[in-house]
Ligand binder design. Sequence first.
Ligand SMILES: [Zn+2]
Ligand SMILES: [Zn+2]
Length: 417
Amino acid sequence: MSRDASGNALTPALAQTITRRIDDLADTLLGVSHEIHAHPELAFQEHRAAALLCDTLDANGLPAERGVFTLETAFEAGFGGGAGPTVAILAEYDALPGIGHACGHNLIATAALGATLGLKAVADALPGRIRLIGTPAEEKGGGKELMARAGAFDGVDAAMMIHPAGVNLTTMPCICVAEVEVIYHGRSAHASAMPHKGINALDGLLLAYQAISNLRQHIRDEERIHGIVTEGGQAPNIVPDRAAGLFYVRAATEKALAALKPRVHACFDAGAKASGAGVEVNWSDVDYLDLNTNWPLANRFQAHGESLGREFLSPGALGGAGSTDMGNVSYRVPSIHPMLACSPPSVVIHNPEFARYAGSEMGDAAALDGAKAMALTAAEFLLDPVLQTEVGRAFEISRGLGIDGGSQPGPGKRPRA
Ligand SMILES: [Zn+2]
Ligand SMILES: [Zn+2]
């Protein structure tokens, strides 16, 4: 197919077929969204959500393969093939402990499902392949990294997902994060009768916590270290023989993260030395990387989002940076991770109020708009060899392999948070 006068091979008729199909499926899609929202499941335990998504795909003529790429709650479905490129549309569906879908992953899953089913309506007109990949465990465990190691994104030419927020953004301000569990081993004793016989594991942990608090004053603005005590003893009259904590360490880049981790580790060692307790420091096998946004693709998503009536702000409008395992995908294949408003800007993500919006009419609109904007972006990518070249070149340059200045920054481009 040749490019039309606007340089775009996605014709209005084709775009309309896609968006109409998504509108026609709205009841089914929003039913899925509400069902996942009403039954939040934690990382790696998203059995109900994964089954619902797979059943819906099966019922709509796209048989889903379940338990793919080493994870029980991962799945894949798709269509197309041949010599054309491959687009991966990613679905997340895990929730948070205690506050349910306060990250709105039910909307991510629904948008991905809707985009895929919308594209299927024009399957005959699309060269290449569409893969819907269900990726569990974003909030914890780095599901996408585990799946990537098993080959989930091999051969993918462009990957995309949307994430809900309080505003519309072309990308998410994003930093790297490492997770570390620390366990102190002491010796129990009667805390009053024989305190001199005890070694206080809780003291070790609290000294480390305090040392980390001091360290925070001497790290970069965008770096973060935050943790909780998960075990602190059994009773006040027993010297705790065991104490444990969980910490997240964040930095702007993989290199900065690698430099920060030993400084945090030293705080754990200091707690052990001062208290006399032994310490076990278990760094997670999976670090989350920052987002390597592919701007030619992100700009097309923004244009399609704007055509649906959404206004996009610069990423800095969010006021802070989070982390996502989509970052790990974005260094392997060209990727975008735009955000769509499902709440007023004042509502804080990872807060119960945000969870309410993820199940509201505003959330419904974000899911359907996300489905449409992703489907249109994916179709355009498959149909437009010039865009494919731009996306590929920008990706190579972003990884330090390019030879010139490459793609121009998009309207929403800002330095990394
Ligand atoms: Zn989250
Ligand atoms: Zn999230």
